[in-house]
Ligand binder design. Structure first.
Ligand code: BGC
Length: 273
């Protein structure tokens, strides 16, 4: 953690982002969205069963000596604290009381939400869609495709647009996720064509005012966003990069549980992966 400046205290929540390969976390200043310490990343245990993931999340919480509320993301539908799908995680999460399992694993108040929903909320509060009204659609392009729809600042949770049947006989995340680009060895131009088709389909269904592209591939946004044509809305890269999930989860937990006061540290630059 960087040196505290003066005696200023800020309200913080520990944000955690659970993914298929890594579990990352850091304390977040919930007033500004800034990380208050370097992120810690642990490998997602394989198989990623509820007990194993719970133990890794506990290890992460302990590594910060954290005693306060925790906001946590999950890469699946999270409805009233229950995980209802498991496209890219162990199937034993389906219908598991995930929020309770993780809260008990860490022994702290914990709020659980979908990973893309968290990222979208963070971008609306502190990032690429700050202060924007209208329909903002966030898409996270990674192993799968996550989506968050935010209307006038309000999240419509669990939209799962990565599972839309597109183009036909398949679903969007099996056609134009970042993983598909890697698996098929697509060039950015070829990848942009696929993404363009998907975005046109979403345009037809939703008429968004703004689309934000997140996920690791958004670091290379200049290689594919300029190739997109025929869209009535701007497409911009996520501003918070891969920290958006951590930040959004912390914000949501703060709404329910407040936070703990910790010494202020100078803003850290966004993490680079
Ligand atoms: C899941 C979503 C998740 C997305 C990104 C999809 O396969 O169904 O819930 O947001 O992957 O992790």
């Amino acid at each position: 953690m960087k040196e505290a400046s003066g005696n200023t205290m800020v309200k913080a929540v520990l944000g955690i982002d659970i993914g298929g390969t890594g579990i990352k976390g850091a304390p977040v200043n919930v007033a500004t969205g800034e990380l208050l310490a370097e992120r810690v990343r642990l490998d997602t245990p394989q198989p990623a069963t509820p007990a194993a993931v719970g133990a890794t999340v506990r290890q992460l919480v302990t590594s910060f000596g954290w005693q306060g509320p925790v906001g946590c993301t999950f890469p699946a539908i999270v409805h009233n604290g229950v995980t209802l799908s498991a496209a890219n995680v162990d199937k034993s999460w389906i219908e598991a009381p995930a929020e309770r399992i993780l809260a008990e694993a860490v022994g702290l108040p914990l709020k659980l939400l979908n990973d893309a929903d968290a990222a979208g909320l963070a971008e609306v509060m502190f990032g690429a869609a700050k202060g924007r009204n209208g329909k903002v659609l966030m898409l996270t392009l990674g192993t799968g495709i996550g989506s968050a729809l935010i209307v006038d600042g309000n999240l419509i949770s669990n939209t799962e647009f990565g599972h839309l049947v597109f183009p036909k006989d398949t679903i969007a995340e099996k056609y134009c996720s970042a993983k598909v680009k890697d698996d098929l060895g697509l060039k950015y131009k070829q990848y942009a064509e696929r993404l363009n088709g998907y975005l046109k389909h979403l345009q037809l269904l939703l008429s968004p005012d703004l689309v934000i592209i997140g996920g690791g591939i958004s670091k290379k946004h200049e290689k594919f966003i300029p190739e997109l044509v025929g869209l009535r809305f701007p497409v911009v890269p996520a501003a918070l990069k891969n920290d958006a999930g951590i930040v959004g989860a912390a914000i949501e937990a703060a709404k329910l549980y407040g936070g703990v006061m910790v010494p202020y540290v100078a803003p850290l630059p966004p993490s680079q992966d």
